[in-house]
Design a protein around this ligand. Structure first.
Ligand code: GLC
Length: 721
């Protein structure tokens, strides 16, 4: 349908029918749902009637070709105008084939594989009847205490923006041309990743300058890639809840960024304007959210109950309702739902595509590239003829899919034990739990030590269970539970090589782990093929190449800690720095334990001959940077070469360094390559005090290296034409 046909459809609708399009309910409300009628908890007092449900515009959480076709059929039979539902679900890092959590994918620095993971997830979801995914989540975060750091790709604006574009391309592609795609919905707008104290849903307060410089670009990148929807964040931003924030939603998102897609609230966030204290009741919540431009209310009933009277009392213009409904009808139209309301839901295709070998293979490859080797003192790779003991709560644990993996299943998941079994003779792999995640018994410990004592090398699987991470999963203490650290210490006392494999959703305080283990692999929540991917690295079939996309603090006392900090007026490492009166802690270092961009390989890579094509450029010119990188190891491997820039003097303070580009190269043993980067004036721009986004003439430093710390620097100038 064209716009005028959509408008004439809109004009046929009653006000109640229009309001129905502005509401999203979970599957239990709908006829034909497998969990129909299981209205429990807060859902019971939503006061939703049958005539409301018959007019509802979208459904949250349904999947499965049979179920979604069933629900759609029954809904359209009941709807006076036969309007189809939109089916929306959280497919963040996989649908049935679960890929590593996005923070892990961020550590792969592999944009192509990230895009592929989203594309495969979209294919599995589309044939299961899903139309929209609530992804990518691009909330930049410098807060490892926050449970949802696992859901985005880390602390850096440039890297997060690049992944945002890749994920949107993978999920959504060209909705009207490409098969097996779903509309994407970037979230959570905005700055949800900066809650005070790292406590989920907590206050976010920052300058417009910091917001625009660091936190907003990844959302914008997703929208520039064509992302169809935006989801509001739970948090307040500078005193106003995002979901009722006209400045953020209308002025910035819609007017400045020209976003005319669908804006959906997060679950219950419209009604939460009441506890936030900016709305007296649900009626005022409905008014404020609509005035802020929120098209769809997710899982509360303020719109159903009050929009009619708000319009009748002239507190809301019906034209505002029409605008919101038209955006939703346009999305349904773009998805082809008026011609084919079942879209690509197809049971035979589900059989073909879900957990297909190609999907598992991609999941295994991406999981291996997402693993970051933090330490290796000649303990890895393992030899296939040596007896190994596999110990710990994650030795054979299927809880390695991570949060937002509701479509995945334990029986499809490859554990570390299953993965390692592929590489060793049966009697060369001994296994014992050793402890639970947070508790353990003396007997478990004894059995573990006994088992380990019979082996030549010990692999210990440690970590957080997945509900210690994710939404509402904030932790003030970011170490592993004491019982696990004690297990590690006792295993080390046996005097054999100990390799720690970590399964977790946040940067941890890993000091004790690094102290006791001879090698440490950060495996995150690696997904369905996690056990195979980690075993591929343990036994050297894959050379680790992952690099941290989020700093690992020395301790939680440093948080928020991130590589692109400002120098302060009293930098601790200045040549003339005083002993005491500098920016420092008395009890811990300033630096992260492991910095952004850090990761080891079985090789070493030698960087040399960094050179610039010129020492100054005008705004119209480009500067190229060359660096030679040599693989001085004995294995082929991939190296992520990083380019950072520092603006030495600005009208506002400028970070000590900022990632501006990166590339991943493959090098055979002994092979060297010259890597080239291009720097343009646009990469030198920043937000000035008046929020004007531009560059200044002046001196810059360019840094190239394997991470944000071990870099080589050169200088250049930007001069006026
Ligand atoms: C949750 C999350 C959001 C998700 C939504 C629907 O509360 O904050 O990311 O998309 O509800 O499940």
């Amino acid at each position: 349908m064209n716009d005028s046909q959509l408008t004439s459809l809109l004009n046929k609708m009653t006000l109640h029918e229009k309001v129905g399009q502005l509401v999203q309910l979970a599957t239990p409300f709908f006829k034909g749902a497998s969990d129909q009628g299981q209205i429990t908890g807060p859902m019971q007092d939503m006061g939703i009637g049958h005539d409301d449900i018959e007019n509802t515009g979208s459904v949250l959480g349904a999947s499965g070709a049979k179920e979604t076709i069933n629900i759609q059929k029954k809904h359209m039979e009941d709807h006076r105008l036969g309007l189809p539902l939109l089916f929306m679900s959280d497919i963040v890092h996989g649908f049935r084939t679960i890929f590593p959590v996005p923070l892990a994918i961020g550590c792969s620095w592999d944009l192509e594989l990230a895009e592929k993971s989203a594309s495969l997830a979209a294919k599995e979801a589309a044939v299961s009847g899903v139309h929209v995914t609530f992804a990518p989540m691009v909330d930049l975060s410098r807060e490892p205490r926050w449970g949802r750091v696992m859901e985005a790709t880390g602390e850096d604006t440039c890297l997060n923006s690049a992944f945002a574009r890749s994920f949107v391309r993978g999920f959504q592609g060209d909705l009207q041309q490409d098969a097996y795609k779903v509309a994407s919905c970037v979230k959570h707008f905005a700055a949800y990743g900066a809650p005070e104290g790292g406590r989920d849903y907590n206050t976010v307060d920052m300058s417009e300058w910091m917001l625009r410089e660091s936190y907003l670009p990844a959302y914008k990148a997703a929208l520039d890639e064509g992302c169809e929807m935006v989801m509001t964040a739970f948090n307040i931003l500078n005193g106003i809840p995002s979901t009722g924030n006209k400045k953020l939603m209308r002025d910035l998102l819609r007017d400045e960024w020209n976003f005319d897609g669908v804006l959906i609230s997060d679950w219950g966030a419209v009604k939460e304007l009441i506890p936030h204290g900016v709305a007296e009741n649900e009626k005022e919540s409905a008014q404020k959210a609509l005035e802020a431009g929120v098209d769809i209310e997710m899982m509360t009933s303020c719109y159903f109950k009050h929009v009619g009277s708000l319009v009748e009392e002239a507190r809301l213009e019906e034209s505002m309702i029409d605008e919101a409904v038209l955006r939703i009808l346009r999305l349904k139209n773009k998805l082809g739902l008026f011609e084919n309301p079942f879209r690509e839901a197809n049971e035979a295709d589900e059989e073909t595509f879900i957990l297909a070998p190609e999907h598992r293979k991609a999941a295994r490859e991406l999981a291996a590239k997402s693993v970051v080797m933090l330490k290796n003192e000649e303990a890895l790779p393992l030899q296939k003829n040596k007896k190994a003991a596999l110990i710990g709560p994650f030795a054979a644990n299927t809880d390695i899919l991570g949060p937002w993996s509701w479509g995945g299943s334990a029986e499809d998941t490859v554990t570390l034990y299953t993965g390692m079994k592929q590489h060793l003779n049966a009697d060369d792999l001994l296994v014992a739990k050793g402890s639970g995640i947070e508790t353990g018994t003396e007997q478990q410990l004894r059995e573990a030590l006994q088992t380990a004592s019979e082996a030549e090398v010990i692999v210990v699987g440690l970590g957080e269970h997945s509900d210690m991470s994710g939404e509402a999963g904030s932790r003030a203490d970011i170490r592993l539970p004491e019982i696990q650290l004690e297990l590690l210490k006792q295993l080390k006392s046996l005097g054999k090589p100990v390799i720690a494999v970590l399964f977790n959703g946040r940067p941890l305080d890993v000091r004790d782990i690094v102290h006791h283990a001879d090698a440490v692999l950060e495996a995150w929540y690696p997904g369905t093929e996690g056990g195979n991917a980690i075993a591929d690295i343990l036994f050297g079939d894959v050379n680790p190449s992952g690099k941290l996309s989020m700093s690992f603090p020395f301790s939680v006392g440093q948080v928020p800690i991130y590589y692109n900090q400002f120098n302060t007026g009293r930098p601790k490492d200045a040549p003339d720095a005083q002993i005491r009166f500098v920016s420092q802690y008395l009890d811990i270092p300033n630096e992260a334990l492991f910095p952004f961009g850090y990761g080891l390989s079985y090789n070493t890579y030698h960087y040399s001959n960094i050179s610039l094509s010129t020492e100054q450029i005008t705004p119209a010119e480009k500067l190229t940077v060359h660096v030679d990188v040599k693989n001085t190891g004995s294995m082929a491997g991939e190296e992520i070469v990083q380019l950072y820039i520092r603006d030495l003097v600005g009208e506002v303070v400028r970070p000590l360094k900022e990632l501006k580009d990166f590339t991943k190269i493959t090098l055979q043993p002994g092979e060297a390559k010259t890597v080239e980067f291009t720097i343009t004036e646009s990469q030198l721009r920043y937000y000035h005090p008046d929020l004007d986004y531009k560059s200044d003439p002046g001196e810059f430093e360019v840094f190239v290296g394997p991470n944000s710390r071990d870099v080589q620097a050169r200088k250049f100038k930007l001069v006026n034409a």
